[in-house]
Design a binder for this molecule. Sequence first.
Ligand code: C5P
Length: 237
Amino acid sequence: SRTAVVIPAAGRGVRLGPGAPKALRALNGTPMLIHAVRAMAASRAVSLVVVVAPPEGAAEVKTLLADHALPDRTDFLVVPGGETRQESVKLGLDALPEGIGVVLVHDAARPLVPVDTVDGVIEAVREGAPAVVPALPLADTVKQVEPAGPDKPGAPEPVVATPERARLRAVQTPQGFDRDTLVRAHATVTDNVTDDASMVEQLGVQVVVVPGHEEAFKVTRPLDLVLAEAVLARRRA
Ligand code: C5P
């Protein structure tokens, strides 16, 4: 069966500062979304990429895809997104044709993920894992706190626990799934979650972690743009 990628790209990117929707902001002159689409289409296993565009920006995204060089062997679809990331992914899944057995979900906000990471996720799903996430060990120790609340920014927050760092992983995308498993998760789980694998966990299905990559970091804050452009410059050198 074939492999498709759903790219949720409908977020506004508020934490990045004012400007265009995050996925449409440029990295070294090329929109972040185009970098992300190319990173997925770089895998020979990927036959379809579904971009979930900002609700009012679907036409603009179609034009963008048409204006940039992309591999011929890959098909591209653009669908309008929703209010939340979860809704946007669901709208992308609804657009998948028959014959797709493996689905990857990849954030447009991770434009620089290397093709080996993409291939590693696909391979693990093809070998039988229903849900696969790339992840890295943490550099920082992580503390669980009692949040002070949005009305008290900067207030001291009591520490509740310190999970053992060696057992924690920072999760990236693309996350890979057996299609039926992911569709079932999106049809069943209604809690607000921050990644697709946690919805599959809530079904009681085993999720596994494979090695992620430093360059699969998420562009969230202004400093991440500086880092992303430095990575691109190093690749060209
Ligand atoms: O906000 P966050 O960084 O978690 O967003 C992760 C990804 O989900 C981004 O690529 C963003 O464009 C996408 N997203 C979406 N629809 C939303 C919100 C976020 O497709 N309503």
